[in-house]
Design a binder for this molecule. Structure first.
Ligand code: PGA
Length: 253
């Protein structure tokens, strides 16, 4: 039985003080969660978030990292820097990073390695564009992204990775994939991971992301392949985020 994981992706929202306030609102609402709960905050919010999260059942995540341990990489952040601040999770290869900041399957793979080496749980994003979905062939594209991200990992490491299936056409658009579409895509990703790593695919948690909210979370969470959600907009509202956490908790026997 895979433990569901609900992770908030705050993107470039919330100052450190606003973030700490949001965490204070979220904490009591998710204190009894039976799933993993994580907030992935902007880099500069991390110290204040770590302080606000201390002693809670909510994990701390970043939204990116650089794959090199240190060096002349102006503007970048290393795994060690994040580790010292108490980070446990890191989002890697979000479609916004791939699309706006030229991240490739290759850099995503290097970042996954670096995150695992640091002891983090990587949350690796994959997903097709609307044009790809309409043109056909999205299944092979998404499977290929997942395989490229996991290239060269050991079987034991793979089970620790979380994949987030986030169709680009559903992100921030209010247009969610249907329960069946999301379940189908995640099943395809799991089959691709199985081809590479065998039974580790059954242990790997694969989330859905893309306009998941307090209204549609129950239907999505009821699907057998969906192991949680990566939540953008709805993660910025404590009651909505808590409703999604409750829906995931309700699937835990
Ligand atoms: P959204 O974002 O929930 O606002 O669509 C999800 C994501 O991009 O991780």
């Amino acid at each position: 039985m895979r433990k569901p994981i609900i992770a908030g992706n705050w993107k470039m929202n919330m100052t450190p003080a606003q973030g700490a306030q949001l965490i204070e609102q979220i904490k009591p609402l998710v204190a009894d969660a039976k799933c993993d709960v994580v907030v992935c905050v902007p880099f500069v919010d991390i110290p204040a978030a770590a302080q606000a999260l201390a002693g809670s059942n909510i994990g701390l995540g970043a939204q990116n990292l650089h794959f090199e341990p240190k060096g002349a990489y102006t503007g970048e952040i290393s795994a060690d820097m994040l580790k010292e601040l108490g980070v446990e999770y890191v989002i890697i290869g979000h479609s916004e990073r791939r699309g706006y900041f030229a991240e490739t399957d290759e850099t995503v793979n290097k970042k996954v390695q670096a995150a695992l080496d640091a002891g983090f749980t990587p949350i690796v994003c994959v997903g097709e564009s609307l044009a790809q979905r309409e043109a056909g062939g999205w299944e092979a594209f998404v499977a290929g992204q997942a395989k490229a991200a996991l290239e060269g990992l050991c079987e034991k490491c793979v089970a620790k990775v979380v994949i987030a299936y986030e169709p680009i056409w559903a992100i921030g658009t209010g247009k969610t994939a249907s329960d069946e579409q999301a379940n189908e895509a995640i099943g395809i990703i799991r089959a691709a991971v199985k081809e590479m790593f065998g039974d580790a695919a059954q242990e790997m948690r694969i989330q859905y992301g893309g306009s998941m909210n307090a209204k549609n979370c129950q239907g999505l969470m009821a699907q057998d392949q969906i192991d949680g959600g990566l939540i953008g907009g709805a993660a910025l509202k404590a009651p909505d985020f808590a409703t999604i956490v409750a829906a995931a908790s309700a699937t835990v026997k």
